[in-house]
Design a protein around this ligand. Structure first.
Ligand code: NDP
Ligand code: MG
Length: 397
């Protein structure tokens, strides 16, 4: 059987590295035919040496130059040098010009959207980690998948769990889906203490090791807010059928309740290789050397309701879904800008959601947006958030 051809965007990040490990473990089944990152050229060089892809891309032109020089040095001229693309356009060209069965979307943030669109348009399935792209343009990505008869397979652990649990019944039989949330590092931090938490505190996630942006999103519960919107699009669910429960151990990855009172869920020790591999081998389950689940060792699993007072992100997610149109685009973009400012220690932790909410209030929603409206709303929100941040910084100084 021919190997499945996999294009991996964001190969040097947390999901990218886990995908690398999944592919190495299933070398008879899967091959990486293309790799891309932003600027980590040295790590990309190592990945090229182990996977021999046909093409690679680096968005940062300077890093692409260094990679090219290093590759020309390392490969004898007659050898198979991969095609090298650079810049944002280069990333999209890589996707369009490389034949592949599936694209693993593991770039962080809105920057992943153009490549994801190109993947669906050129007949590739999407194994989606990059939730921001679906949040900002859910109607467009799902329409493109339908029109091109492609799948959007979830990599996000909660959505993979729902996807797997949905196999137990038919869609009309589903009562609701329940996303689990670890609660992040500040689950038990009081509102007063939250005012003082630092960048370092926020980057200290209790159960998952991930990139910086999503780790901050987990601390504000914005990650769960984005996941509510992600679930709405992946599974075509009305917001009232999507709920969140806090489950600090991150063992149950999410649940689906059916109308006969049965609730089906997927469990396992937190390990992103599991949902990544399932997305790449679906509907098959292949061996994966992971830690075995030991229930006696765990002893107990606990659950609590999320506190939307301290963490307003979840409330905002439902408001955004209610508004529809470009609201989610603005929600995502404002958050990306605010998180970047927090990571640069320009604003305090609690300002992240304040800034997002202020930006949302100022937005005039465009209904049934096309791609132009989406990019315009994204750009507007970024500029507007920068302005709000300038005011916020003045106030707090
Ligand atoms: P990381 O920050 O660890 O990695 C991001 C990757 O994307 C890197 O390869 C980076 O390259 C590349 N990248 C960043 N910005 C750009 C850009 N503008 N253009 C092109 N490439 C870029 O992130 P994660 O792996 O943690 O997350 C990736 C996505 O997966 C996010 O959308 C996140 O929400 C989602 N996700 C992650 C989970 C996890 O466990 N980490 C779980 C569920 C979802 P470089 O190294 O050169 O900067
Ligand atoms: Mg998740």
């Amino acid at each position: 059987m021919a190997k499945k051809r996999v294009l991996l965007l964001g190969s040097t990040g947390s999901i990218g590295e886990n995908t690398d490990r999944v592919v190495q473990n299933l070398a008879e089944e899967l091959e990486l035919v293309g790799l891309a990152a932003h600027s980590s050229w040295e790590r990309l060089l190592e990945q090229i040496a182990s996977h021999h892809p046909e093409a690679v891309a680096l968005v940062d032109p300077e890093a692409a130059g260094k990679l090219r020089a290093a590759l020309e040095n390392a490969y004898d001229k007659a050898g198979a040098l991969p095609r090298i693309y650079e810049g944002e356009e280069g990333l999209v060209e890589l996707v369009r010009e490389t034949e592949a069965d599936v694209l693993v979307a593991a770039i962080s943030g809105a920057a992943g959207l153009p490549a994801n669109i190109a993947a669906l348009e050129t007949g590739k399935d999407l194994a989606l980690a990059n939730k921001e792209s679906l949040v900002m343009s859910g109607s467009i990505l799902t329409r493109l998948a339908r029109e091109n008869d492609r799948r959007i397979l979830p990599v996000d652990s909660e959505h993979s769990a729902i996807f797997q649990s949905l196999e137990a019944g038919s869609r009309e039989e589903v009562e609701r889906v329940i996303l689990t949330a670890s609660g992040g590092p500040f689950r038990q931090t009081s509102a007063e203490e939250l005012e003082k938490v630092t960048r370092q505190d926020a980057l200290n996630h209790p159960t998952w090791e991930m990139g910086e942006k999503i780790t901050i999103d987990s601390a504000t519960l914005m990650n769960k807010a984005l996941e509510i919107i992600e679930a709405r699009w992946l599974f075509d669910l009305p917001p009232e059928q999507i709920e969140v429960v806090v489950h600090p151990q991150s063992i149950i990855h999410s649940l689906v309740e059916y109308r006969d009172g049965s609730t089906i869920c997927q469990l396992g020790p937190p390990d992103m290789r599991v949902p990544i591999q399932y997305a790449l081998t679906y509907p098959r389950r292949l061996p994966l050397p992971t830690e075995q689940l030991s229930l006696p060792e765990l002893g107990q699993l606990t659950f609590e309701s999320p506190d939307t007072g301290r963490f307003p992100a979840l409330r905002l997610a439902y408001e955004v879904l209610e508004q529809g149109g470009t609201a989610a685009t603005v929600f995502n973009a404002a958050n990306e800008v605010a998180v970047a400012a927090f990571l640069k220690e320009e604003i305090p932790f609690l300002s992240i959601l304040k800034v997002v909410e202020t930006c949302l209030k100022m937005h005039n929603v465009v209904d049934n947006p096309d791609l132009k409206n989406i990019f315009a709303a994204d750009e507007w929100a970024r500029l507007e958030t920068e302005k709000i941040l300038t005011l916020e910084c003045k106030e707090s100084s």
